[in-house]
Design a protein around this ligand. Structure first.
Ligand code: C5P
Length: 299
């Protein structure tokens, strides 16, 4: 018996970042949009807790108890009296860029949680699953729910948003990764007095109406200057996407993946080809949005 769950990547169409809080986190107005690039997490009974991973960048994924998917399984087992060493094999079929600012690790955690809940018949409520997600990381609750949502607090308090699509995206995967804490530290250095983060009404309106041009005019990422400061070559990638006709070009989350909003699917494919040909990124991927959250794969 095994259970497989499919989980989407995300792009932040608005990432407004406030000043560092006493606990080290930053208050956010974080508008998440789930995109159609997916990891698949499969769980099955085993002699001990094991994690395996295949796909692009799999060699950079930790395979011990520090893997966020393993931590999700342990957290669920502990809460349901199954001990702190669940006998489960977790296999991650990776397609979301690793350490790319697209919440791949968070997706795997949400996937493992939903999969183990089904495998063990723990019957956890949605609320409990969301609680565990929030303990695991700021972006994990959104991986569970998908669609579009406004995240406040450190990003974990979610309010679902009305969204009409499809919005077509291109993602340029960079050579190398960026550490999220390092990007936030650079943000603090560059932004001594960050204002209170507030969601943009015009951006929420563009999501609601499915208007790609209006969305392009309103996307922002306060972490972008920090990501560019630590990874200056991203500027050339962003310029190549803009020259190729992207309606908007921005760093995805803490980077170094960059995201390009296209007018439609054909434009997205043209921009992806141009980005690949530009030699300024490792690879370019096309994906529509919104996408559903963590979902059981049946059959
Ligand atoms: O919550 P998560 O484990 O994904 O956060 C990773 C790191 O990113 C945190 O340790 C912190 O340095 C930074 N972070 C932050 N403010 C947030 C979310 C993340 O400073 N709202």
């Amino acid at each position: 018996m095994s259970v497989t769950v499919r989980v989407p990547a995300k792009v932040n169409v608005q990432l407004a970042v406030g000043a560092a809080r006493p606990d080290g986190f930053h208050d956010l107005a974080n508008v998440f949009l789930a995109v159609g690039l997916y990891d698949e997490v499969t769980v099955e009974p085993a002699d001990s807790l094991t994690v395996t991973c295949t796909g692009p960048g799999a060699d950079q994924v930790p395979l011990d108890r520090t893997n966020l998917a393993a931590r999700a399984a342990i957290a669920l087992a502990e809460r349901h009296g199954l001990g702190d060493d669940p006998k489960v094999r977790i296999h991650i079929a990776k397609d979301i860029p690793v350490a790319g600012g697209m919440a791949g690790g968070s997706a795997d955690a949400a996937g493992a949680l939903v999969a183990c809940d089904a495998l063990w018949g723990t019957g956890a409520s949605r609320e409990e699953l969301l609680d565990i997600c929030a303990e695991l990381g700021s972006d994990v609750p959104f991986s569970l729910v998908g669609g579009a949502a406004l995240g406040t607090g450190r990003g974990e308090q979610l309010e679902p948003l009305d969204v009409h699509g499809p919005f077509w995206w291109v993602f340029a995967v960079a050579d190398g990764g960026l550490s999220t804490p390092a990007v936030y530290r650079e943000f603090d250095r560059l932004t001594p007095r960050a204002p209170e983060p507030v969601a943009s009404p015009a951006l929420l309106d563009a999501l609601r109406t499915g208007d790609a041009s209006a969305l392009a005019a309103t996307v922002t990422n306060d972490l972008q200057p920090a990501a560019l400061s630590l990874f200056p070559s991203l500027k050339a990638t962003l310029d190549a996407g803009t020259e190729a006709g992207a309606l908007a070009a921005l760093v995805s989350g803490s980077g170094p993946t960059t995201a390009y909003l296209a007018a439609d699917e054909a434009a997205a494919r043209r921009i992806a080809d141009a980005l690949t040909a530009s030699g300024t990124c490792r690879t370019a991927r096309v994906a529509p949005s919104p996408a559903p959250g963590a979902s059981l794969v049946t059959g």
